[in-house]
Design a protein around this ligand. Structure first.
Ligand code: MTE
Ligand code: MO
Length: 417
């Protein structure tokens, strides 16, 4: 099966990324060596709103393609037909920037018990960057696409596969023309190779997998990508219809031409049998204190607990913090930039007593959906949701339980001199 074949070239690529980023990221365990994966090396990354490129996780399946940016084209296909050069994309259309919290759909996979296969992420596969590029809507409008209802946009990566799968992902055209862009800069710098140079799709608030890197084709379609949708050889439906579907152990998701409900959590609650990983589920991470060394309260006796919270393209409504392992909870204060599709900063003034404490955070989105406490056992599936649990699923996708992300902090009172 396509998913289980190891790659040989992966370690060189990972070493090069880790070296170039000098301590900002570390490699994450991948059982079958399928992916190139590095994640934030330190919890401190989650104490800040903007993630430097050096600390931004990286995740992809194939080798980074060899690129001559001057010759690179993005083909518009399906209900449109054109070839766009990079200079066209940069110069013929408006330039915009968006903030986007990218989270790998497999973030938290390593917290499933029993373990699932693939990359054993903790919470390190999430990051917020500024992406600069051209609105998808401007390009499509210029080529005569103006009514998005019911249609899909399929983005195809130019990364060559070891097998015959094509990296093709579909998003509803409504989302694509609402806020998506073809990005060629990240945090004001030329898009790094490992993040999709010369051009990638950015889908604000949606799981990483939708954000196709090294885009070479955008196809306007009446359906999602299914086997046989594309004018090219290879397996077309794998990344949309088989992989990145949320399903219980031993099941095989059916192919859908289209679905009515886009929101990942609504799908999980029953709207779609085996949900697609589209927008990210509500999540939070404590950035500081990081638990690595003892902390001393300020002169007023408090310690600032600070972190980030996000909810895909929904807004974060509130964040609660517990400093006693989940016995009691207090509201944190949201602050800082507020962009849809990007995380919020939050802080809590903790009146800390000496000793060891277990800190937790949990966020609730604007639709009242709160992070569950833990990941369920494998047989629970959707029933887990009624039990304050996230459904264990075979691919380990979309997990947002808060207990596994706790931080143990030792508080010391400095002896007065
Ligand atoms: N072409 C292509 N795009 C891809 C991938 C890939 O393997 N090939 N991996 C996806 C996945 S699973 C994730 S999580 C994000 C990661 O983006 P980043 O490496 O810039 O953080 O890229 C997505 N885009
Ligand atoms: Mo991912």
């Amino acid at each position: 099966m396509v998913t289980e074949r190891p790659r040989e070239s992966r370690h060189k690529e990972i070493d090069a990324i880790v070296e170039a980023r000098a301590g900002g990221v570390t490699e994450t365990r991948d059982e079958a060596d399928k992916y190139t994966v590095v994640g934030a090396a330190q919890r401190r990354t989650f104490a800040n709103w903007l993630t430097p490129i050096e600390e931004h996780f990286v995740c992809h399946r194939n080798n980074i393609p060899d690129i001559d940016a001057d010759a690179w084209t993005v083909s518009l296909t399906g209900q449109v037909e054109a070839d766009l050069l990079m200079t066209d994309i940069r110069e013929e259309y408006p330039t915009v920037a968006v903030a986007h919290t990218m989270e790998c759909a497999g973030n938290g996979r390593g917290q499933h018990r029993p373990e699932t296969g693939s990359v054993q992420w903790g919470f390190e596969a999430a990051a917020t960057a500024f992406w600069t590029g051209t609105p998808v809507s401007s390009i499509l409008r210029a080529h005569g696409v103006d009514s998005p209802d019911g249609k899909w946009l399929t983005a195809i990566g130019g990364d060559p596969s070891d097998d015959d799968d094509v990296f093709a992902r579909s998003i509803p055209l409504v989302k694509a023309v609402n806020d998506c862009l073809l990005a060629y800069e990240m945090n004001g710098e030329q898009l790094p190779r490992e993040h999709g140079y010369p051009i990638r799709l950015i889908v604000p608030g949606w799981y990483g997998v939708n954000n196709v890197k090294w885009v070479e084709e955008l196809r306007v379609m009446d359906t999602m990508v299914v086997e046989g949708s594309l004018d090219r050889p290879g397996e077309h439906g794998f990344w949309q219809q088989k992989s990145y579907r949320i399903h219980p152990k031993g099941t095989d998701p059916d192919t859908n031409d289209t679905i009515e409900t886009i929101d990942t959590w609504e799908q999980l609650e029953g709207a779609v049998e085996y949900p697609y990983t589209f927008d990210a589920t509500v999540m939070s991470v404590i950035g500081t204190p990081a638990g690595e060394s003892p902390v001393t309260p300020r002169s007023d006796g408090t310690i600032e607990v600070r972190g980030v919270a996000w909810a895909g393209d929904d807004a974060v409504d509130c964040v609660e913090v517990s400093t006693d392992g989940g016995e009691t909870w207090d509201d944190a204060e949201l602050f800082g930039p507020e962009y849809s599709g990007a995380w919020r900063l939050w802080r809590f003034e903790w009146e800390a007593e000496p000793g060891t404490h277990v800190l937790l955070s949990r966020a609730t989105d604007e639709l009242g959906r709160r992070q569950p406490a833990r990941i369920s056992r494998p047989d629970a599936w959707r029933d887990a949701l009624d039990n304050n649990e996230f459904p264990w699923n075979e691919g380990g996708y979309a997990a947002n339980a808060y207990e596994p992300n706790s931080v143990e902090v030792e508080v010391e009172i400095q002896p007065s001199e």
